[in-house]
Design a protein around this ligand. Structure first.
Ligand code: ADP
Ligand code: MG
Length: 386
């Protein structure tokens, strides 16, 4: 049973502020994904929990303990990295058993300061058997790492973490070395495993799709700051700023600059089109914007539909654009479009008749647009949960 809390954590390397006052409270058994572009501080944040980096200021809790001064080996954590670092001369069984053979455990867990003992040979064997059974690699005990595939090596690395029975798993891009198909497969397995084992987990990745599919919550990091922490759907539907909006989702949200005109019904004016928008949205923008003349419209490709297939027929949200590229994914069709000087993407119904060179009528789902402040880049139209 362990919560992990980071409170006002700052980490500097020399003058370089890598973590700029981060706060997060991770629940027992929860899987939280730290996601963000390379270099934003994800690994450093995890390493502060692991104890591999000392925090410059702030506090880290694991379970009931503040662990700031506790060395990594006593933090009751297990780590899995991108680089599995298996011992090449040991077979699978020994690689997994290695970490617990030398480990000292209390003779009686329930007595504080109980005497310490080692696991018996039998206990080690049982633990390794159990882990390899869960990971479906029981038949590989005698293999050396060079005789394993990438996916199998990844499972052995997981096995080493599992036998430790830690309070917390810390995983830093553990699937990055696998090819795309295996990565998707292992992601599903990892999620199932984490649910079965019920161990609090922090998972670091730069891959937004991995974050969306794995996380109970995702913590989107940029420039040493958690920009937003929330359930995947919450972050996807209500990104707090332009960075989060653009980082989560693929292909990314379209951003189109413009301004708001409040005469005769509010409209968002871009160089390419005018869009009628709801009064409540206009009010929210008016109340918060640095300037009504410096705004950015955000709309996801799937919220732009070929007019022939749109469920909501808003006249005020109909625009025309020329098809530059048409990509058929089987399940959807992606259109790369141009209206005046503005380029954007739409993900439309496969029934679309639109072909390259055609000018098509498109409908924007007006309830799913966002308007960002051009200066602060904050989302001015966020719908906070009631
Ligand atoms: P991420 O995991 O998000 O890619 P990191 O946490 O590894 O990012 O790195 C964040 C920043 O901290 C980078 O600018 C990196 O160069 C810097 N950094 C990381 N570790 C050290 C270190 N030991 N010494 C100096 N700078 C470091
Ligand atoms: Mg990293």
């Amino acid at each position: 049973m362990a919560r992990v809390i980071m409170k006002n954590v700052v980490k500097k390397f020399g003058d370089n502020i890598v973590l700029d006052n981060i706060n997060i409270d991770i629940g027992d058994k929860e899987l939280v994904v730290f996601v963000g572009p390379s270099g934003c501080g994800k690994s450093t944040a995890m390493r502060c929990v692991a104890g591999l980096e000392e925090v410059t200021s702030g506090k880290v809790w694991i379970g009931e303990r503040v662990v700031n001064t506790i060395p990594p080996k006593d933090r009751d954590i297990a780590m899995v990295f991108q680089n599995y670092a298996l011992y090449p001369h040991m077979d699978v069984f020994d690689n997994i058993a290695f970490g617990i053979r030398a480990r000292k455990i209390p003779v009686d867990k329930n007595i504080p300061d109980s005497k310490l003992r080692k696991y018996s040979k039998k206990e080690v064997r049982e633990k390794v058997m159990e882990a390899t059974r869960i990971l479906q690699i029981e038949n590989l005990h005698k293999r050396k790492p060079t005789e394993l595939s990438g996916g199998q090596m990844q499972r052995v690395a997981m096995g080493r973490a599992i036998v430790r029975e830690p309070q917390v798993f810390l995983m830093d891009e553990p699937l990055s070395n696998l090819d795309a198909k295996l990565r998707t497969h292992m992601r599903t397995e990892l999620k199932r495993l984490q649910i079965d084992l019920g161990v609090t987990t922090i998972y670091v990745t730069h891959d937004q799709a991995e974050a969306m599919t794995l996380g109970d919550r995702i913590a989107v990091m940029y420039d040493g700051v958690f920009q937003q922490i929330g359930a995947p759907e919450e972050v996807y539907d209500n990104p707090v700023n332009k960075f989060v909006a653009g980082f989560i989702g693929s292909p990314p949200m379209n951003f189109i600059p413009g301004h708001l005109d409040l005469k005769d019904g509010p409209s968002f004016i871009t160089e390419a089109f005018n869009l009628g928008i709801p009064e409540t949205m206009a009010k929210s923008v008016k109340d918060q914007a640095s300037s009504m003349d410096d705004l950015i419209l955000g709309i996801r490709p799937e919220d732009i539909e070929d007019k022939d297939f749109a469920l909501k027929q808003h006249e005020e949200a109909t625009i025309q654009a020329e098809v530059l590229v048409r990509e058929n994914y089987g399940s959807d069709i992606f259109l790369n479009l141009q209206a005046s000087e503005t380029l954007f993407n739409a993900r439309v119904n496969t029934g679309t008749k639109a072909r390259v060179g055609d000018t098509v009528d498109l409908i924007l789902d007006i309830d799913r647009i966002h308007i960002f402040d051009g200066k602060t880049e904050n989302n001015l139209t966020i719908k906070l949960p009631q």
